[in-house]
Design a protein around this ligand. Structure first.
Ligand code: BGC
Length: 831
């Protein structure tokens, strides 16, 4: 039997910044700078020489949002604002006093907001608190400061927004749109200063159309929510110390109404019970590109301070696997920089309608000096080119011409080569999963546009290189569908068989911890204060440790500190885990010795994805894992990898993209990083179709099987196949009428049988608290191994159903066997 480590108090009483923290900050800054996207740079307004004078405006300048709220937040020691970052880099802020004053205004607004939330929540339980908290987010106060000309010709204006789980955003002023006050300030600044740069400090897309009115806004930087080092990273970009190389992973339309599903999304149509995915596969750029809708900033777009030339070198068959494209990239400008090469495929669409183009490969260059060049090989496996045929119930490679567009953004990519397939191939025959009750009415392709494109591709075949592929060279994958019971972890069964029924039941749910008396959401863990939960300790006598799970995805989310008195932890309200502790104002009156758990606040998911750099993401993951080991955490509840289906989803900042391929690749890189450290694992979430937050626990996502597979499961499939995350978290919502947590097709057929997932599956927090159609026993039958964070009702439900026979003991044992397999990999054991 393996020896379980004895738990001690986590963290440190030492107040000095540790070497681990310093390294975390360094990596956070590198990742942030790599993920910032330069959207506009006319008249070479950027970079600005260090030491120059800058007038700095916008309340977010000194109060920059480093991330979003809720479980996606991180409680770091301190974060660097845009103001501090620019000062650190040696810029002279001409209106420094005004900027400093805005901190007082901000702090007052934060206190007022806190008091208001606490008042509204008086006497309310944790669940009610969360509804009130998430539907009343903090908004920045109006900046009433006078704007006057100062001693410089250059001004920077910062626009900030924050959001979080539990509520979607609104297409209104102060949220998706600018406020009247912001517009007024911008007009005043543009009237006084010759050159203006706008910095967008929001975790997601916004409507920036009012900026068009001002020709002297020469620069726009999409900082996003870039973590605790965001201000320093921004200064790196402004000064040119780092040449921008981030690229958008979502489309910025001209206006909200341009997005598919704009009118129906979430609360917009007054129905938050059902969400119809009528756009089908036409999500994000797939929609704009297919229907020729012009956009403000297209997918994959981002500027640099240098120029690159791309030279296509050739295409070859990668026998039986796919094709490889070689591209030469040369830095033809004056400063060093990095470029992202993107390959988009246009697939034949005689039988199945397709999106016009889809991302199938990308690579980021190393830093290239002026004049330096590099040849990149980009792999396009056949599975990137398949579409799901509901008629054939399988992944289908249609015969015909596939055109490959290569460039540094979707808009700026040009056709370079083609592949011709002689016959249709079903590369993988599947069973049907999650079928909607009635066919979903989906957008139909515009046949006139489609016809024109087909003709164009035929013409290209006469001028560009074409590689011919024989259908018989392509391997066809057979899937064996095993039952939940057959998928049990064999080696661990011996231990499982030795457990009592009570132990089995307790292991199948988390240790209720603080969820018993306080909130089940976010901070139920006891051993590591601020952790989201822990698994049951009931079978330590059999060598099964209780493991700790803590949130992400922008870093490790724990309480920044806690107190120990008389050898015991002093309980503090679960609210201390939110908003950097703001909601527990008198915490510092607590008596006892302080233990610090300072973690690194990395850039949010979207900014990480905007790096298009798997290596830097791996570095982030590896560092998070080091913090996990130090603080006694086994599973990180990250990455979040839902598709950004609409710009108003409250959690878009946590997610990577509107595209499933980059989502899957970045999640795989993050998992590789975390799991390169022994005993640590990721939890990819929220599986699946959790694309809106209003009524997230009750909403039914209604969509076709094809859209589900091609868009919403694809990223998970890639992450699982490439990196085998230790765990999956199911989402709260239903999918075509069945809760994700109780969904056998999702957990067993898709994740395990089709994608080959070997880890454990858990529910999202308190999923089973919401009525009889999602139960703990239902989870076990579906192959959803652990109900989190667990409560006594789950125990009652499991006992009752075991007794009545509606839950087979074999299903429960299969689930527990996979939990045990996961636990045995934990860092909770003595080596
Ligand atoms: C969120 C999850 C999170 C969990 C634990 C839930 O409210 O949806 O993303 O991991 O809480 O904090």
């Amino acid at each position: 039997m393996r020896k379980i480590k004895k738990r001690t108090f986590t963290g440190t009483t030492d107040t000095a910044v540790s070497e681990r923290e310093k390294l975390g900050m360094e990596i956070a800054r590198e990742a942030a700078a790599a993920g910032i996207v330069l959207l506009k740079n006319e008249n070479n307004v950027l970079p600005i020489e260090k030491g120059s004078k800058i007038a700095l405006y916008g309340i977010g300048a000194a109060n920059t949002f480093k991330g979003g709220t809720g479980s996606g937040d991180v409680n770091e020691r301190q974060s660097v604002s845009v103001f501090e970052g620019l000062k650190n880099a040696g810029f002279i802020i001409t209106n420094e006093e005004q900027v400093r004053d805005s901190v007082k205004l901000y702090n007052k607004a934060r206190e007022d907001w806190r008091d208001d939330i606490l008042k509204k929540c008086e006497g309310k339980g944790g669940a009610e608190f969360f509804i009130i908290y998430s539907t009343n987010p903090f908004t920045l106060p109006e900046n009433k400061q006078e704007i006057t000309k100062t001693d410089t010709d250059t001004a920077i204006y910062v626009i900030s927004r924050i959001a979080g789980e539990g509520a979607d955003r609104h297409n209104k002023k102060g949220d998706f749109q600018l406020t009247d006050a912001e517009e007024k300030e911008i007009s005043a600044i543009c009237g006084l200063y010759e050159k203006v740069v706008v910095v967008l400090n929001a975790g997601r897309v916004m409507d920036v159309s009012p900026l068009d009115k001002h020709p002297n806004i020469y620069g726009i930087i999409n900082l996003g929510q870039a973590g605790m080092e965001g201000g320093n990273a921004l200064a790196d970009i402004v000064s040119g110390a780092v040449n921008p190389s981030g690229k958008l992973t979502a489309t910025w339309a001209y206006k909200y109404e341009d997005y598919p599903n704009a009118a129906e999304f979430s609360h917009n149509n007054g129905n938050v019970n059902e969400e119809y995915y009528n756009e089908g596969i036409y999500v994000g750029y797939r929609y704009f590109d297919s229907f020729d809708i012009p956009v403000r900033y297209g997918y994959g777009f981002g500027l640099s301070y240098t120029e690159f030339s791309l030279e296509f070198k050739g295409i070859q068959e990668d026998k039986g696997r796919g094709v490889i494209l070689d591209v030469n990239v040369k830095n033809t400008g004056k400063v060093a920089g990095r470029e992202v090469i993107q390959v988009y495929a246009a697939c034949p669409d005689e039988k199945l309608a397709k999106e016009r183009r889809r991302l199938v490969a990308f690579k980021k260059t190393k830093l290239l000096s002026p004049g330096e060049e590099i040849c990149l090989s980009l792999d396009v496996p056949f599975e990137r080119l398949t579409s799901y045929s509901e008629n054939e119930s399988g992944w289908c490679l249609e015969k015909g011409l596939y055109a490959f567009y290569v460039g540094n953004s979707l808009t700026d990519s040009a056709p370079q080569a083609l592949m011709e397939l002689d016959k249709d191939v079903i590369t993988e025959k599947t069973m049907h999963i999650c079928k909607p009750e009635k066919p979903v009415e989906e957008y139909k392709a515009d046949l006139k546009l489609v016809e024109g494109r087909r003709t164009e591709i035929k013409r290209l075949a006469g001028t560009l290189p074409v590689v011919s592929i024989k259908a018989e060279s392509i391997a066809v994958k057979e899937i064996k569908y095993l039952s939940n019971e057959e998928l049990a972890a064999v080696k661990e069964m011996e231990i499982v068989k030795s457990l009592t029924e009570e132990q089995l039941r307790r292991l199948a749910t988390g240790d209720p911890g603080r969820a018993q008396e306080e909130s089940a959401l976010g901070a139920a863990g006891i051993s590591v204060p601020g952790s989201a939960a822990e698994t049951s300790f009931c079978a330590e006598d059999k060598g099964i440790a209780g493991i700790v799970l803590a949130d992400g995805p922008a870093g490790l989310r724990l309480n920044r500190y806690y107190f120990v008195r008389d050898g015991k932890m002093v309980p503090i309200s679960f609210m201390f885990s939110l908003e950097g502790g703001l909601l527990v104002p008198d915490v510092d009156k607590t008596e006892g010795e302080r233990y610090f758990q300072n973690c690194t606040a990395f850039p949010v998911g979207t900014v990480l994805a905007q790096t298009w750099d798997e290596e830097v993401v791996k570095k982030v993951g590896c560092h998070v894992a080091k913090e996990m080991v130090e603080l006694g955490v086994t599973l990180w509840l990250a990455p979040g990898m839902n598709i950004q289906r609409n710009p108003l989803c409250g959690r878009n900042f946590e997610y990577y993209s509107e595209d499933p391929f980059i989502t899957g690749k970045i999640a795989a890189a993050m998992t590789e990083g975390v799991q390169s450290v022994k005993g640590c694992g990721t939890t990819i979430k929220h599986f699946a179709c959790n694309n809106n937050e209003d009524n997230r626990m009750g909403c039914d996502s209604i969509l076709s099987e094809r859209a589900l597979r091609e868009i919403y499961l694809k990223g998970f499939e890639i992450a699982i196949k490439e990196a085998q995350p230790m765990a999956i978290m199911t989402s709260y919502n239903k999918i075509n009428g069945i809760h994700a947590a109780n969904n056998y097709d999702l957990c067993t057929n898709a994740a395990r049988n089709e994608f080959g997932f070997k880890g454990m599956i858990m529910t999202d927090w308190a999923t089973t608290h919401n009525g009889p159609d999602c139960t703990a026993a239902g989870c076990m039958r579906a192959g959803n191994d652990v109900v989190m964070p667990g409560c006594e009702n789950d125990q009652v439900n499991l006992s009752t159903e075991l007794a009545s026979g509606s839950l087979k003991k074999a299903d429960l044992e299969a689930c527990v066997s996979r939990l045990v397999r996961c636990v045995l990999q934990s860092n909770e054991y003595v080596e």
